[in-house]
Design a protein around this ligand. Structure first.
Ligand SMILES: Cc1cc2nc3c(=O)[nH]c(=O)nc-3n(C[C@H](O)[C@H](O)[C@H](O)COP(=O)(O)O)c2cc1C
Length: 198
């Protein structure tokens, strides 16, 4: 099946793409996870190297260990009143997106790596939404990536880029709030107003 989405339909879908952090206990089957990951792997990447590797996490002990890191950092950031705290141990499934340093570790290599991973993460988040589920891209634990490595059994040459809790949203998410594109778009030169011609 070819592209069958209108631009208006896509815009409406994207307007409802939200960070969902709390979930019901309803499970998420492997079959759905496989479809979501298949969508993720449709992303572009530099030289089409497709560096993404996914770890699907369901074991409670692993979720608890990751959650402890996340909560500790959250407490330091927000104090006791962390907003929308995700109870990680209860999340039906977590997906960790990893890769080797396939473009080297120079600044440009790291830029190419991130730019080759996050389109797949966004595809994943959109597929989560299309499946009627919710999820959130998290990177807060990056500060303690060294602690995440043994929990996920990662060799030293593998980086973790995102950990995404996925489940059925506990509450409807609604539309997201974003600055209108016209306010963040310039014409020809940085700072020159867009002032739409239509
Ligand atoms: C690079 C990146 C890192 C993020 N890290 C976290 C995170 O560690 N924890 C979290 O709860 N949300 C995280 N988010 C989600 C953002 O907070 C969220 O996308 C943003 O606030 C917009 O929320 P909305 O989609 O509900 O409008 C991250 C998003 C991005 C793009």
């Amino acid at each position: 099946m070819a592209a069958s989405l209108t631009l208006d339909e896509l815009a409406g879908f994207l307007a409802h793409q939200r960070a969902v952090r709390t979930f019901t206990r309803e499970p998420v089957d492997d079959a759905v996870v496989e479809q979501i990951l298949a969508a993720a792997t449709r992303a572009p990447s530099a030289r089409n190297l497709q560096p993404w590797r996914f770890i699907v996490i369901r074991e409670r002990g692993t979720k608890e260990a990751l959650g402890a890191i996340f909560d500790d950092l959250g407490r330091r950031l927000y104090g006791a009143a962390a907003p929308d705290r995700t109870p990680w141990a209860e999340v039906p499934v977590l997906v960790a997106v990893c890769s080797e340093y396939v473009f080297g570790t120079s600044a440009s290599g790291m830029a190419a790596l991130g730019a080759s991973i996050y389109p797949a993460v966004q595809n994943l988040l959109l597929a989560v939404q299309a499946a009627g589920l919710g999820g959130v891209l998290t990177t807060r634990w990056k500060e303690r990536e060294a602690d995440v490595h043994p929990i996920l059994g990662l060799p030293g040459e593998v980086a973790v880029h995102a950990i995404i809790p996925i489940g059925h949203p506990a509450t409807p998410a609604g539309r997201n709030r974003r600055t209108p594109a016209a306010e963040v778009t310039f014409r020809e030169r940085f700072g020159a107003p867009w002032a739409s011609s239509s």
